[in-house]
Design a protein around this ligand. Structure first.
Ligand SMILES: Nc1nc2c(ncn2[C@@H]2O[C@H](COP(=O)(O)OP(=O)(O)O)[C@@H](O)[C@H]2O)c(=O)[nH]1
Ligand SMILES: [Mg+2]
Length: 315
């Protein structure tokens, strides 16, 4: 049923197992796995099957590709064109490859979608062989400062998976988290100011020299902070513009209402004057009729008097 469709966007570093996770969820290999240049390594790809609608995104910090952070974020933002209002963002990290860059992904996602995305984010750890115990998995996560940071920011929503042999239980846990972050499908990710992100990313992406070169975690953080400031300025400007527009529209509405009230008042006055005139005319007409009736009575009496007088005289 359409209302049970789970719309998810898979993000993360290249090689972490994004395409494989998409395939594990779909139950068939619709996304190309294993790196190399292919459609999904350069742009977003959407696939729908069963209860899923999944977007596989090009990886962040791909060694083969342009390292321009703004450009990467711009491409990832396209995922919302393919799959608007998703229920969840799956942030894919690789077991045993926990690096500071994994945390940088959060910064890039924040400038891409806005901070609100984090409420819909779930961390998926791939390459966790099914024979790794839950306790060992938990310990490994706890021991990594990066993963701890990532989990803290994502509300400690984390799922393990072995994409080579996906375990039903792990997929069920992921489904539960998707239901949790989307309030059983009723709450989708949305941001009214996405066009501000789009605008700033497009502008920043043109400035290739500024954001090219070898990127380390600190640089990504700095660039993301810079872009975030620009996005916030753009949002403030858009908010002000929309407030001014709303104020103008409100004033226009009030002016229109005032004019209509005046018009109604004028019409009412006109009707009252007409009623007054009609009343006056009626009154005058009645007086005229009364006068005529009185004259007729007087004339009748006079006539009768003359007749009586004549009779009297003729005797
Ligand atoms: N053993 C193991 N290999 C995996 C797992 N997930 C992905 N891989 C392999 O890791 C490589 C990169 O995976 P891919 O899905 O293409 O990563 P992407 O670049 O993030 O889309 C591929 O060779 C996959 O077969 C996993 O959970 N376990
Ligand atoms: Mg891939």
């Amino acid at each position: 049923m359409a209302q049970n469709i789970k719309k998810v966007i898979i993000v993360g570093k290249t090689g972490n197992g994004k395409s494989s996770l998409g395939n594990s969820l779909l139950g068939m290999k619709l996304f190309k796995e294993g790196g190399g240049f292919n459609a999904s390594s350069l742009s977003c790809q959407v696939e729908k099957k069963g209860q899923f609608e999944i977007v596989d995104t090009p990886g962040f910090f791909d060694t083969n590709q342009n390292r321009n952070v703004a450009r990467q974020a711009e491409v990832i933002l396209d995922s919302l064109k393919l799959c608007p209002e998703p229920h969840a963002f799956l942030i894919v990290i690789k077991y045993s490859r926990f690096t500071a860059e994994e945390v940088s992904v959060l910064d890039v996602l924040a400038i891409t979608f806005g901070e609100q995305y984090i409420d819909h984010a779930i961390v998926v750890v791939t390459h966790v062989d099914n024979d790794v115990t839950d306790a060992d998995f938990r310990d490994a996560c706890r021991e990594s400062h990066q993963v701890n940071e990532l989990l803290k920011r994502c509300g400690r929503r984390v799922v393990r998976i072995d994409n080579k042999n996906p375990n039903r239980e792990h997929i069920t846990t992921l489904l539960k988290y998707i239901d949790q972050v989307s309030k059983d499908g009723k709450s989708c990710f949305n941001n009214d100011y996405l066009r501000c992100h789009d605008e700033v990313l497009r502008r920043s992406a043109q400035d290739l020299n500024k954001y090219d070169g070898m990127l380390v975690h600190e640089q990504v953080e700095q660039i993301a902070t810079e872009i975030k400031t620009m996005v916030n300025e753009e949002i403030t400007r858009a908010k002000k513009e929309s407030e001014e527009r709303a104020k103008r529209e409100q004033e226009e509405r009030e002016e229109r209402a005032k004019r209509e009230k005046e018009k109604r008042e004028k019409k009412r006055k006109k009707m009252e004057e007409k009623e007054e005139r009609d009343k006056e005319e009626k009154k005058q007409q009645k007086e005229k009729e009364n006068k005529e009736r009185n004259w007729n009575i007087a004339l009748g009496l006079l006539g009768a008097g003359i007749v009586v007088g004549k009779l009297f005289l003729s005797r």
